[in-house]
Design a protein around this ligand. Structure first.
Ligand SMILES: Cc1ncc(C[n+]2csc(CCOP(=O)(O)OP(=O)(O)O)c2C)c(N)n1
Ligand SMILES: [Mg+2]
Length: 338
């Protein structure tokens, strides 16, 4: 059995044009990351301080670079399948923020009429968000079927399925990976390796640091390991294999190494994390790191950086104000939809 694991480094400036990167894409990646961050901070506030949101919410804070890197590879007709930590995917897909807030509030103006909530937020078929599941790992074999349809129809489109480092220990992941490999489907298995699965360090489960990468071996699927805090590394890993994916050469996997800066859900203070660990990772905050890079490369000025944050805060606050005036489905409507 072939084992194919390669590390993809961040592109140097000279590679940008070959990879189809220009200034507007670079700035949009940063803008996307900031919009996700500001949205998530608002969500956290609405849960913890305002108490207006209920149910679970698993924040994407710390992993924004992954969604931003994926965004510019997607074409119309490509599909995204997500998981319980999918707010960042929903924003990357371009689902209106007022619809997302309405969905979190349980209102019929939400993208799923308030029936899905946080863990199904990235679903809007018109934007390419086909499905999301909170049953860890279960989305992987489903994504194989979706990608198989794309292959069968010779569509040239691809599917990206997001899952976490905890999901790689499920039978569903293994089953999906075997089928994806066997059927040679245009699927990207994208593992957001954020160090934790709920309240457990994934590496503690096996006492090995690289346990996640090991889970990808044996399927004959080319697997790329990237810095998931760098949107350009994520983008590059997808881009170098894109043509092969679209032409039916079979699936790839990407392990994007990142860090869950917050607790598992909004309610979780993450007191089980080693003291100082999150602070160390905050020094490598993906937004600050990427903004510094763009400033060093002369693409971004300090004032523009501030303006992007201001703009994101305005969009987020206005979207929430708009969503607040919505209402839940009536009983009649509920019985129709459920
Ligand atoms: C099949 C299944 N088992 C257990 C759970 C409970 N659960 C919810 S999230 C989670 C951890 C998932 O960790 P990971 O895949 O790393 O994703 P992350 O939350 O870190 O993004 C678990 C065990 C579940 N939802 N589904
Ligand atoms: Mg995890």
């Amino acid at each position: 059995m072939k084992i194919s694991l390669s590390h993809v480094s961040t592109p140097v400036k000279g590679e940008y044009s070959k990879l189809g990167l220009d200034e507007s894409k670079l700035i949009d990646m940063l803008r996307t990351m900031i919009l996700i961050r500001v949205f998530e901070e608002k969500v956290e506030e609405l849960y913890l301080r305002e108490g207006v949101l209920m149910g679970p919410a698993h924040l994407y804070i710390g992993s924004e670079a992954i969604a931003a890197g994926v965004k510019h590879v997607l074409q119309r007709g490509d599909l995204v399948i997500s998981h319980h930590r999918g707010h960042g995917h929903a924003i990357m897909l371009g689902i209106d923020l007022d619809k997302l807030f309405a969905e979190l509030l349980g209102f019929k103006e939400g993208n799923l009429k308030g029936l899905g909530g946080s863990m199904h937020l990235p679903i809007d078929v018109s934007k390419g968000g086909l499905y999301a599941s909170a049953i860890v790992g279960s989305q992987v074999p489903i994504a194989v079927g979706v990608a198989y349809a794309q292959k069968y129809n010779k569509s040239g489109k691809l599917t990206i399925v997001f899952f976490g480092d905890g999901a790689v220990n499920t039978g569903a992941f293994a089953e999906g990976a075997v089928m994806a490999s066997f059927l040679r489907v245009p699927l990207v298995l994208l593992c957001e390796n954020n160090v934790y699965a709920e309240f457990t360090r994934t590496s503690d489960l096996f006492g090995e640091e690289d346990v996640v990468a090991q889970r990808f071996m044996g399927y004959d699927i080319p697997t790329y390991v990237v810095d998931g805090n760098d949107p350009l590394a994520v983008y590059k890993a997808l881009k170098i294999h894109e043509e092969k994916l679209r032409s039916g050469d079979g699936p790839i996997a990407i392990i994007a190494n990142t860090y869950r800066l917050k607790g598992h859900g909004v309610y979780d203070k993450a007191l089980y994390k080693p003291l100082g660990e999150a602070d160390l990772y905050r020094l490598k905050d993906p937004i600050i790191t990427f903004a510094n890079r763009l400033m060093n490369e002369g693409v971004l000025k300090q004032d523009d950086y501030k303006a992007i944050f201001e703009e994101a805060r305005k969009i987020v606050n206005e979207s929430f104000e708009k969503a607040k005036s919505g209402s839940p489905l009536t009983l009649d409507e509920l019985s129709y939809y459920v």
